[in-house]
Design a protein around this ligand. Structure first.
Ligand SMILES: Nc1ncnc2c1ncn2[C@@H]1O[C@H](COP(=O)(O)OP(=O)(O)OP(=O)(O)O)[C@@H](O)[C@H]1O
Ligand SMILES: Nc1ncnc2c1ncn2[C@@H]1O[C@H](COP(=O)(O)OP(=O)(O)OP(=O)(O)O)[C@@H](O)[C@H]1O
Ligand SMILES: [Mg+2]
Ligand SMILES: [Mg+2]
Lengths: 256, 256
């Protein structure tokens, strides 16, 4: 019950938000009770599920800084089985505001523990950095999904990410695991993509999902309609591949 | 002399590093003396110009934290007219280390002022956040170039970026200007790209460069050879468009 999965990679633009939103939506469609937490000040996951940013009263900022209880911050998304803890721009100031707070890296964990049993999955969208917001997510998580774009710069960041992952596991959250590595925006026509894929499968071995998410225009259009891609165009290659990915996630769950 | 331009956008993966590296290289080819500063802990700009990360002794981290002088950190890149201040992974800790340092937002500015006259342009590659590293770059800059990917999520971040820009200009650097807005990874076949372009031109008016950088595989392959795209494939659409963009930058300089 209540598996907490963070979508993490400090490299920017690799598909963290797209993966968090579509993973949460596909799990919800497969009758899992899901809570999507947005801990990125950009608050892209909020619009990705069609929540109006102007209508937000409390957000993750209030949990981290103003001691609000998570139960009072959770909102509906209009999608069955999917609730959300929204983010807001003020969160970008939280990094400084939290510096002298005791146990600042455990605030999210303490809050999630109170509601974890109400959900099958808690999915956390992280910002493109390894600062206190991402650390809060890692400390609170059972496992992480690492979206990786098959490009040269994206490959460079993997070592830094695993360095931080090991630091958290050794000092703050000994049960943290890598749920899996997801190749995103994959373009089969590009040689570089195949070369990078080979390197990633060598590094992560069986942790790399068989499903690859193709570059697919429907995926990038869906957020402008406030919809996860399975509700925007269910037959699109993007929607089908995200459903396949979630199938793999659920199957690996049964094996444990 | 010595115009300092930061490449800024907190949205991840929009082409900041690609623009910083290729702008610096194209300016160098047009006989401008250029210093490229990498203030992103990912240090992608270092490999983008082919500098070996293992060979780096001192970096921007030593300037910000260990009071090293910038003259001792500047290295050659092997490209005529192009020198660099490299970054390193340790920089991601600088955000915390700098919190109680007096005037922490002006450290880069004080250092650049010492060497500014030796160069025609100083180009700064920023991380995907609006934290103390990007603030150091904004305080030290004469102007900023904003790369924007024509996608929905990228549009959302513009208001936050301009909010930070105004804060810096009003409180820390009154002469800061927007040099221009560059549309990157532009794919003419995608409707969304044209719609977003229209929104961006409405918001930024004449600040948007006429040149658009097309999505072009040579641009993403070049870093895996440690080369700016004009040295990797000078006839490619990517190389030609970055040269056109730099032509526009130089022409707007003459008008002033
Ligand atoms: N499979 C795909 N096909 C086409 N476009 C995609 C795909 N996945 C993501 N995108 C687009 O690529 C851009 C980057 O994706 P996204 O914003 O999800 O990345 P991110 O890692 O969350 O970025 P950030 O580092 O800023 O948080 C977005 O505009 C998104 O719509
Ligand atoms: N015009 C282009 N055509 C094709 N690929 C491109 C183009 N511009 C950038 N890319 C690729 O897109 C990815 C993102 O670009 P880049 O890393 O420069 O963005 P960034 O804004 O610096 O990212 P970050 O937010 O992580 O610093 C890189 O893999 C890069 O090679
Ligand atoms: Mg995101
Ligand atoms: Mg970059």
């Amino acid at each position: 019950m209540g598996k907490v999965v963070s979508i993490v990679n400090q490299k920017g633009g690799v598909g963290k938000t797209t993966t968090a939103v579509n993973m949460a939506a596909c799990l919800a469609v497969k009758n899992q009770k899901v809570l999507l937490i947005d801990i990125d000040p950009q608050a892209n996951a909020v619009s990705g599920v069609g929540v109006d940013k102007e209508s937000i009263d409390l957000s993750i900022y209030d949990i981290l800084i103003n001691n609000e209880q998570i139960e009072d911050v959770i909102i509906d998304t209009g999608i069955k089985n999917l609730k959300m803890v929204p983010s807001e721009g003020a969160l970008s100031g939280a990094r400084i505001e939290l510096v002298n707070v005791l146990n600042r890296e455990r605030i999210l964990k303490k809050n999630i523990e109170k509601i974890k049993e109400d959900y099958d999955y808690v999915v956390v969208d992280c910002p493109p950095s390894l600062g206190i917001l991402t650390i809060n997510a890692l400390v609170a998580s059972d496992s992480i999904v690492i979206p990786i774009q098959c490009e040269y710069y994206a490959l460079e960041g993997v070592a830094q990410l695993m360095h931080t992952f090991n630091l958290i596991r050794d000092n703050l959250n000994e049960d943290l695991e890598v749920e899996g590595v997801l190749l995103t925006m994959f373009d089969t026509r590009i040689n570089l993509a195949h070369q990078v894929e080979e390197d990633i499968r060598k590094f992560f071995q069986e942790k790399v999902y068989k499903t690859k998410i193709p570059r697919n225009v429907k995926v990038s259009e869906a957020p402008s309609f406030g919809l996860p891609v399975i509700f925007y165009d269910v037959k699109s290659k993007g929607a089908v591949s995200y459903m396949d990915f979630v199938e793999e996630v659920l199957q690996s769950e049964e094996k444990e």
